[in-house]
Write a protein that binds this ligand. Structure first.
Ligand code: ZN
Ligand code: ZN
Length: 365
């Protein structure tokens, strides 16, 4: 048993905006149906960066109530080893002590209207790991998988940072599923950071006619090509609209997936799509975006679809990672020890230096 040798461990604790501290605390004790997990890797997400720097959507000084608790532990993209679990947990999740497992980023309540209808990713209380004290995250040596969590086993034979990539990849695959891709489709993916690269890989796996990746960083476009984009366009130097029109007899793309959350990506997508095309938005925007809605109605009769989290896509994401076909050594660009969490957050903030930055809280990683 773990408690024989470890009673205390390190974790990152949220004390306020730009005030996250590494603290020594007692190892959490799992309750009935819960698992105690030794964290191998935790990815740092753009949302962690926004929360750290104090975006109003987390701290309650914007239009929505606060979404983060003081003294919570951040981190929602993670993998770890089960070190303690009871029979209820074993049976529910099919995992045992020694197994490596991920938990989906949302812990559903299983009681609300959405959970009762299988739409657990839109669960009303919406407990995501790493923002609330009731669902502490993974920037810690040990964490709890609560009884209501959704847990999946992962191979121990892949690097921990790659296994933790199941979270962003599942999100990307869900966005791809929303697009209902068909064989002859021409797909455009805007943005080649982790979610966009996952969209490229997911879209390519559907075998459409073309997957076109857009970004303004050549190294990221190169990575998108490795993920399955057969055409890459540097929007800083080339005209995407001309390329897409030439490829489609002037009609435009069938599907546009936005992973940027940049205001210019919205009119760009509306412009690139053909009539009756499908727009999927995964981005989170810093401010409202204004577009001419007539393009959506009268001009093109578009389907505009949102996407959030990665419901029902985790098993596929995990098999894609285990198949080792994605360039994950390049996507998972930086791994740091837990103590260097601030350096990790800064790396994500600088953007162009990194793709996916991960912390490795324990050995076994
Ligand atoms: Zn994330
Ligand atoms: Zn619910």
């Amino acid at each position: 048993m773990l408690s024989q040798h470890r009673t205390h461990a390190h974790e990152v604790v949220i004390h306020g905006r730009e005030d996250y501290r590494l603290e020594q605390v007692p190892v959490p004790v799992p309750g009935p149906g819960e698992a105690l997990v030794k964290v191998h890797a935790v990815g740092i997400c753009a949302s962690d960066l926004k929360c750290y720097h104090g975006a109003p959507m987390y701290w309650g000084d914007g239009p929505v109530p606060p979404n983060v608790d003081l003294l919570a532990i951040p981190g929602h993209e993670f993998v770890g080893e089960i070190v303690a679990i009871d029979d209820i947990g074993r049976q529910r999740w099919g995992v045992d002590v020694g197994d490596r497992a991920v938990a989906e980023q949302i812990v559903p309540c299983w009681k609300c209207r959405f959970c009762r209808r299988g739409q657990y990713w839109m669960c009303a209380p919406h407990s995501i790991f790493g923002f609330r004290r009731s669902v502490n995250g993974a920037m810690a040596e040990y964490m709890i998988y609560p009884a209501d969590a959704i847990v999946h086993k992962v191979s121990p034979d892949i690097p921990a940072a790659h296994a933790a990539f199941a979270e962003p990849l599942s999100c990307a695959l869900h966005a791809v599923e929303r697009a209902r891709i068909e064989f002859g489709d021409v797909i455009v993916v805007a943005g080649c950071r982790p979610i966009g690269l996952g969209m490229v890989a997911g879209a390519a796996a559907k075998s459409p006619a073309h997957v076109i990746a857009l970004d303004h960083v050549p190294a990221k476009l190169n990575l998108a090509a490795q993920c399955g984009a057969d055409i890459t366009i540097n929007i800083g130097t080339d005209d995407a609209e001309t390329v897409v029109r030439d490829l489609t007899e002037g009609y435009g793309a069938d599907v546009y997936l936005d992973a940027t959350g940049h205001p210019s990506a919205v009119p760009q997508g509306l412009g690139l799509l053909r009539k009756l095309g499908r727009y999927v938005e995964y981005g989170v925007f810093a401010a409202p975006v204004t577009v001419d809605w007539t393009v959506i109605s009268d001009v093109k009769e578009l389907d505009v679809l949102g996407a959030h989290l990665g419901p029902y896509c985790w098993p596929t994401a995990i098999s894609m990672i285990e198949a080792k076909t994605l360039p994950l050594d390049r996507i998972c660009s930086h791994q740091l020890p837990l103590e260097e969490f601030r350096a990790g957050i800064d790396l994500v903030g600088r953007g162009s230096d990194s793709i996916k930055v991960s912390l490795l809280p324990s050995e076994g990683a």
